[in-house]
Design a protein. Structure first.
Length: 275
């Protein structure tokens, strides 16, 4: 099992030696997608099949087991996200709810969970480190994406849940202050915990409220602002490495990857045709 900690939750890639799981339960919510193979699940007194485009969501304390099917020579594996009830309670602004649907067809959410696991894998054993891959930024991005996955999954698998906001609505002064803080410093990636602490909000509440107000979560918004500033600076002629360093990217390669993904052109090429 490969396990990574993400803001009090754990994201794991699991490959059971037996190909399945005996009866067991968890104190956390367990949100899973299959990487390879299909499974027949028994959850409390219910049983159902889980396919590759589906996401499972089990409540704390539910007794689960499964048998699996894979192609010849292929081991069953899954990505499982273990979320304490307190994290879910912070997100919904009240008591942590129960998922009423243990399995939902949600290919996009599956892709996001797999992407999160891949992103954490590139940072090695310490996803919060500041290595040449930009581990701290990877962790911030994964944390935001997982929060959005959980919000969407609550909509799908806990229908009728009336979430209350633990505070003013998203357009309040706290979100405006976060935006001002992000606009005012494009020299480094923000830490979600710092932004939330300054705003007097939990990290989950900040991500939810900021996303409702702006259309994307804080780190993703700030990354796009830094990339836009990078374009402006490149048009002035500085070297790519200088621009990358000035905007707080771990190195030139890190800036290159984000810039190319956003604009479909490398920063070096963009600079060359604009000076």
């Amino acid at each position: 099992m490969q396990v990574r900690d993400v803001n009090g939750t754990q994201l794991a890639v699991v490959t059971p030696a037996s190909g399945g799981f005996a009866r067991h339960s968890h104190d956390e919510y367990v949100i899973s997608v299959n990487v390879s193979g299909r499974e027949r699940v028994r959850l409390d007194r219910a049983s159902f099949e889980v396919d590759l485009d589906e996401v499972t969501a089990y409540n704390p304390g539910q007794v689960q087991s499964c048998t699996t099917r894979t192609g010849e020579g292929v081991a069953f594996s899954c990505v499982s996200w273990y979320v304490p009830p307190g994290v879910v309670g912070e997100l919904v602004g009240g008591a942590a709810p129960d998922f009423s649907r243990p399995v939902v067809r949600a290919p996009q959410l599956r892709r996001e969970l797999l992407r999160a696991a891949r992103h954490l894998a590139v940072t090695g054993g310490d996803p919060s480190g500041s290595d040449h891959l930009g581990g701290g930024e990877v962790l911030a991005l994964v944390e935001e994406r997982l929060t959005l996955v959980l919000l969407r999954l609550l909509d799908l698998a806990a229908p009728g849940l009336a979430r209350r906001s633990p505070g003013p609505e998203p357009g309040d002064a706290r979100i405006a202050a976060v935006l001002e803080r992000l606009r005012g410093d494009l020299s480094s990636a923000p830490r979600l915990a710092d932004l939330a602490g300054e705003a007097g909000m939990s990290r989950e509440h900040l991500v939810r409220s900021f996303t409702r107000a702006t259309g994307c979560p804080p780190y993703a918004w700030h990354l796009q602002a830094r990339l836009a500033e990078g374009r402006r600076r490149l048009r002035g002629g500085p070297a790519v490495a200088e621009v990358a360093h000035g905007l707080g990217f771990a190195d030139q390669a890190h800036f290159h990857r984000h810039f190319t993904a956003a604009y479909g052109i490398t920063p070096g090429r963009y600079r060359a045709i604009n000076i």
